[in-house]
Structures are given as structure tokens and as C-alpha cells.
Design a protein around this ligand. Structure first.
Ligand SMILES: CC(C)(COP(=O)(O)OP(=O)(O)OC[C@H]1O[C@@H](n2cnc3c(N)ncnc32)[C@H](O)[C@@H]1OP(=O)(O)O)[C@@H](O)C(=O)NCCC(=O)NCCS
Length: 185
């Protein structure tokens, strides 16, 4: 309580160093982040191939990765979902996947290290996340978007059950928007 009697709202950023597994798929585990994950997260986002559709192929500067990790640490505390860390069954980080708040909705997204591409992993993870979304009811919809030319990502969304709802320009780049059908629709 401040001296004026109002409650100060603190931004909670977890400093917990214990990793929790939030979800598993046949070949991966989705885990929470710890502050020690900066180097792995930055390595992923510094790969120009990974960043082709995320940042016009330019590596993410370290300060942006720091902000990204802070966001993930904060979101895993509240609302309790984020773009979680993805590891293989040996425990090596191979990407990030999960949800971000997008207006009133839950936006599903994924980014995997290049050496894992083409093996159906993103589809496996996206399907698991759709199940997670269904199992954790929420007022908004399940949505996703990808740059229009990101055909691999769009294919993953379609295979995970998303419907294409149209293209919108965002920052000068056409983005393809998708929505999950309501259960029973
Ligand atoms: C997009 C990404 C997640 C896909 O991961 P992945 O594990 O290779 O995906 P999957 O193997 O599950 O599925 C990819 C699908 O796209 C298809 N595909 C791949 N490249 C394609 C292309 N250039 N054109 C058309 N289809 C393509 C594959 O054939 C496969 O479909 P299929 O199973 O029907 O054959 C991965 O490439 C990535 O992390 N990219 C960088 C980050 C990124 O763009 N994230 C998405 C932001 S919206």
C-alpha cells in the first residue's frame, strides 16, 4: 500500500530457476522459462533463416531478446500461458511455441530451430497447443497469423485445424489470419 493508500501494481517477472513442464508431445516437451535461458533464446532468434518471416531475415538484437524473455517470464506467471520453451526429449532447447495475448484472443505461434524443420514437429506441437487451448477455456478465440508468403507456417496452421479468415496488411506486409472453429461448429 502506498502512502496515498492505493495499491501499487508491480510487474511480476519470475526469477524461479526451476523449470516446469507444461505440456508434452510425442517428441517434445513444452516448459516454462528461467532467466538463464537468454543465450538459447537469442541463438534461435539470431539465425537469419529462422527470422526470414519474423524480422525480414535480420538477426534479433540482444536487447530485443531480453525484452522477449522478460515477456515470457511475466506471461507464464499471469495469465499463465505464453510462448513456452520447446525442448527435445534430451532436454535441448529446440524452439518456442505457445500463445500470446492478441486483443481479446489467444494467438498461437511457434518458431523452431532450423535443424528440426521438415520432420512434422511444428504440426505435432501446434496440434498439442490446440488441445491445450480447448482444455483451458478462455473468453476469446484461438487465432493465429503468418506472413502470407510463409507457406510452411500456413500449412502447419491448416493441419492443426485453423481456418483461413483473410489477409490484412500489418506494417506493410500482408499477413494471413486464421481462427480455430468453435467447438461443435
Ligand atoms: C514454420 C516452421 C515452424 C515449420 O516447422 P516444421 O517442423 O518444418 O513444420 P512441419 O514439418 O510440421 O510442417 C511443414 C509443412 O509445410 C510444408 N512446407 C514446407 N515448406 C513449404 C513451402 N515452401 N511451400 C509449401 N509448403 C511448405 C511441408 O511440406 C509440411 O506440410 P506437409 O506435412 O503437408 O508436407 C519452421 O519452419 C520455423 O520455425 N520457421 C521459422 C520461424 C517461423 O516462420 N515461424 C512461424 C511464424 S508465423
Amino acid at each position: 500500500m502506498s502512502k496515498h493508500g492505493s495499491v501499487t501494481r508491480l510487474t511480476v517477472v519470475s526469477t524461479a530457476r526451476t523449470r516446469l513442464t507444461t505440456w508434452t508431445t510425442a517428441r517434445t516437451r513444452l516448459t516454462t522459462w528461467t532467466p538463464d535461458d537468454f543465450a538459447d533464446l537469442h541463438e534461435l532468434h539470431a539465425d537469419p533463416a529462422v527470422m526470414t518471416f519474423l524480422r525480414r531475415g535480420t538477426p534479433e538484437p540482444p536487447e530485443e531478446t531480453h525484452r522477449r524473455l522478460d515477456t515470457y517470464l511475466r506471461e507464464q506467471e499471469s495469465p499463465g500461458w505464453t510462448k513456452w520453451r520447446v525442448e527435445d526429449l534430451s532436454g535441448q532447447m529446440i524452439g518456442r511455441a505457445g500463445f500470446s495475448p492478441l486483443r481479446k484472443d489467444r494467438e498461437l505461434g511457434y518458431t523452431l530451430a532450423q535443424h528440426t524443420w521438415g520432420e512434422g514437429l511444428a504440426t505435432e506441437i501446434a496440434r498439442a497447443l490446440v488441445q491445450w487451448h480447448r482444455d483451458h477455456p478462455f473468453d476469446g478465440s484461438g487465432v493465429a497469423y503468418a506472413e502470407s508468403g510463409n507457406l510452411a507456417s500456413r500449412r502447419v496452421l491448416e493441419k492443426a485445424g485453423f481456418n483461413f479468415v483473410g489477409e490484412r496488411d500489418q506494417g506493410g506486409h500482408p499477413q494471413a489470419f486464421y481462427e480455430l472453429p468453435a467447438i461443435g461448429a
